[in-house]
Every structure is written in structure tokens, then in C-alpha cells.
Design a protein. Structure first.
Length: 427
């Protein structure tokens, strides 16, 4: 009898070991507080991920399917006409030009990665939605809105961090690197993913904190609040370790599911608000000093330099972006004033003027995802050219501001003796 029991126990243990071995590395089964969480890690442009998602949902038949999307992205993926409803002028007026450009570049990069595998970015997420609907399983969108994520990534970065982020986006936008299906599948392996996360953490720690760490917490918290005792989540493979860790913290009471602190863009600090007015005030003060201590000639020379440097370089930016002649003229005329105003930038003005002159067509909306992957596309597509003009006139005005400011310092330095003598005499 004892031998029979030992044999049965040995057989059970062998079966358990076999079951563990058959669980793919891209899946994690976690039991916490009487609830079961199944994490399915995907590569966003992997054909195998699409099939795996369909199969595991059918096999597990969970109470709810949690998906790494927010409601707005879900709607845009389900509505092929979404791009046609976009109002580029409204985007610029709402100061979302950089945000939209970054979003387009990222989505274009993902689309290019999936070209060789015949998979569009997010196909595995759509497969999860469609399979869950087929089985009448509730779907829960558990990701943070992309607009909030990108704005937080920008807001919490230092100046050099912002420059690194912009350079990375530029490289992603125009890179011709080919990625084959085998390389895509490697992205789901722990070693490959760990290496990528470590590289991102070293190069842009603040960006990694927002794009990965904060979203791990956000995803886990919203999964925890999903209805049912058996929740299956479809996530990018890079989120699996972090999400698992946060789920365990939530189960133990070490963490709370409230994510209010990472669900919005941090408000501008008092210092940054004051700083936005410091440059205009400083420029005007230096011009006044030029008039008082250098005479009318010096004062008007400073005014003229401010106008010329800002206007000319903003105009050059417009020329680089192939703006309409009227748009270029507007850049030249408005840059000296917008560079002194914290509420409106020359890029917003030139973008709106260009959009009014050369209105985007339906074909621009339809081809925007394809055109964003090449420099030629930025000039051919009217929507992208508007954003291109927005970017380059902003860069031009910024360069003009720096050069004008530098020349002001040189001039005021020559007047320093008079300024010191004046204050000594006053004392």
C-alpha cells in the first residue's frame, strides 16, 4: 500500500513538473489571495504573439481580459476612420504639436518593425479584444493614456534629458534598420528584454521611470481592480516582471491600487512659472540698460538684433521645412514677439497659418502612418509638413533667441564700467 501511495505521489509530481515545463516563458501564472492572474507577454509586432493570445484566452476562458491599451487607443484601433476626424489646427491650439509628433514617430517605428512579419502594431491587442468578445468575456483597458505618459516623460526630464529624448525620436523616425521576425521573437526573452531595460535605464533613467516603472504599477493596479477571480492580461513582455512584483505588493497590502499620483501631468512648479517670465523680463531690461547707458544708437541696435536674429532664424526654419512663402513671412514677423510670450510660440502660429493655406486632404490622413517613416513623407504629407514646420520654426526661433541673448551680454559687458560708476555715484 505504501509503495502504491509513493508511486502515485511520484506520478503526480512528474505530471506537475511536465505542466510547469509546458508553460511558455511568455506566460506567468500567479495565484494571490484566492485570485488567479495570467500574464501573457507579447512583442507588439509579433505574428506568434497574435496566435498565442488567441489560444491562451480560449484555453483559460478567464473572467476578464485585461489589455495594455487605454480607451482612446482602443477606439482609434477599432475605428479605421479615426485619423480622418483629426483637427490639426485644434491640436496646435491645444499645444499638443510635440505630443502628436512624438506619438506618430513611435507608432511609425513600430509599424516599420512589423513590416517583415506582416503584423501591424497592436494586432495582438486587437486579437485579445476580438477573442474575448467572441467568448463573451469582459475586456478591461488597463493602460494609462499615451498623452499622459508622453507629457510626464517630457515634464520630469532635465534639459539634457529632453535633448536625449528628442534625438532618440529623430533616430527612430528615420532609421532604416530592418528587423526580421526572429529578432522580434527574441524581444520576448528575458535576457534580451533585461538587456534593453538596463540600456534604457542607463541612457534615459527618467524616461524609463515613466514609460516602464510607472506603467508597471498602473497596469498592475488596474488589473487588481478588474472583476473576477481569474484575470488574464495581455501585456508587452517588458512589463511582466514589474507587473508581477506590483501584484504581489497589492496582495500583501504593501501597496494600494490608487494611482492618482501618476495619472496626470505634474503641474508646473512656481519656479518654472517664474522662469517663463524671466527671459522676456531680462531681454527687455537689457534693452532698457542699452538705451540708458549706451544711448539711443545702442538701444535701437539691441532691439534690431533681437528682431533680426529671431525673425531670420525662424524664417530659415520655415524654409528648411518647405513652408508656404506666406508662412515663412509670418515666422519672420512673429518670432521676435512670440519668443517673449510664454503663452504662444512661433511654431503654433506658423503651423496654424500653414494649415489654413494648405488644408490637409483625406489622403494625408490615410497615409500618415506610412509617410512618418521617411523624411520625404514629412514634405509630401500635408499634416506631417505642418508638424515639421511647427518643429523647425520653433528650433529656428530658439537658436535666434540664444544668439541674440549672447550678443546682448557682449554689449552690456562693454557698458559695465558706466553701470558701476552710475550706481557708485548714486550711493
Amino acid at each position: 500500500m505504501s509503495n502504491d501511495i509513493q508511486a502515485d505521489q511520484s506520478e503526480i509530481e512528474q505530471n506537475q513538473e511536465q505542466e510547469v515545463e509546458t508553460v511558455p516563458a511568455t506566460q506567468k501564472f500567479i495565484e494571490l489571495n484566492g485570485r488567479k492572474f495570467i500574464l501573457v507577454g507579447t512583442a507588439h509586432v509579433s505574428a506568434k504573439s497574435v496566435e498565442e493570445v488567441k489560444n491562451v484566452i480560449r484555453e483559460q476562458n478567464p473572467d476578464a481580459v485585461a489589455i495594455e491599451l487605454d480607451e482612446k487607443r482602443r477606439q482609434s484601433m477599432e475605428d479605421p476612420e479615426a485619423w480622418r476626424k483629426m483637427d490639426i489646427i485644434k491640436v496646435l491650439k491645444n499645444k499638443q504639436g510635440f505630443l502628436m509628433l512624438a506619438n506618430l514617430v513611435l507608432s511609425g517605428y513600430q509599424k516599420r518593425m512589423g513590416t517583415n512579419s506582416g503584423v501591424k502594431p497592436g494586432d495582438e491587442m486587437m486579437a485579445a479584444i476580438e477573442t474575448a468578445k467572441e467568448l463573451n468575456i469582459p475586456q478591461v483597458m488597463v493602460d494609462r493614456p499615451i498623452a499622459v505618459t508622453l507629457r510626464r516623460a517630457w515634464a520630469i526630464n532635465s534639459f539634457w534629458g529632453k535633448m536625449k529624448l528628442l534625438s532618440s525620436l529623430a533616430v527612430s523616425a528615420f532609421s532604416k534598420e530592418e528587423v526580421n521576425p526572429e529578432q522580434i521573437e527574441k524581444l520576448k526573452q528575458n535576457s534580451e528584454m533585461d538587456s534593453m531595460m538596463a540600456e534604457l535605464s542607463d541612457y534615459m533613467p527618467k524616461v524609463k521611470e515613466v514609460l516602464i516603472d510607472e506603467r508597471d504599477r498602473y497596469l498592475a493596479s488596474h488589473m487588481w481592480e478588474a472583476q473576477g477571480n481569474n484575470v488574464l492580461a495581455v501585456l508587452g513582455a517588458g512589463h511582466l516582471p514589474g507587473v508581477e512584483s506590483w501584484l504581489k505588493k497589492l496582495a500583501s497590502g504593501e501597496a494600494k491600487p490608487d494611482c492618482t499620483d501618476i495619472s496626470s501631468v505634474p503641474p508646473a512648479s512656481t519656479a518654472s512659472k517664474i522662469l517663463a517670465w524671466v527671459l522676456p523680463a531680462l531681454v527687455i531690461a537689457l534693452i532698457v540698460v542699452g538705451f540708458v547707458f549706451g544711448g539711443r544708437k545702442t538701444g535701437f541696435d539691441l532691439v534690431w538684433r533681437w528682431i533680426v536674429y529671431n525673425g531670420v532664424f525662424a524664417g530659415i526654419g520655415g524654409i528648411i521645412a518647405a513652408a508656404h512663402p506666406i508662412t515663412i513671412l509670418v515666422a519672420v514677423l512673429t518670432a521676435p514677439f512670440t519668443s517673449l510670450c510664454p503663452f504662444i510660440g512661433v511654431g503654433m502660429v506658423t503651423g496654424i497659418v500653414q494649415a489654413s493655406i494648405n488644408k490637409p486632404k483625406v489622403e494625408d490622413m490615410e497615409n500618415i502612418q506610412k509617410d512618418v517613416s521617411s523624411i520625404k513623407g514629412f514634405y509630401k504629407n500635408r499634416i506631417l509638413r505642418i508638424l515639421w514646420i511647427f518643429l523647425w520654426t520653433t528650433i529656428g526661433s530658439t537658436v535666434g533667441t540664444i544668439l541674440a541673448g549672447t550678443s546682448f551680454v557682449v554689449t552690456i559687458k562693454r557698458l559695465f564700467g558706466k553701470i558701476v560708476a552710475f550706481f557708485k555715484g548714486g550711493v
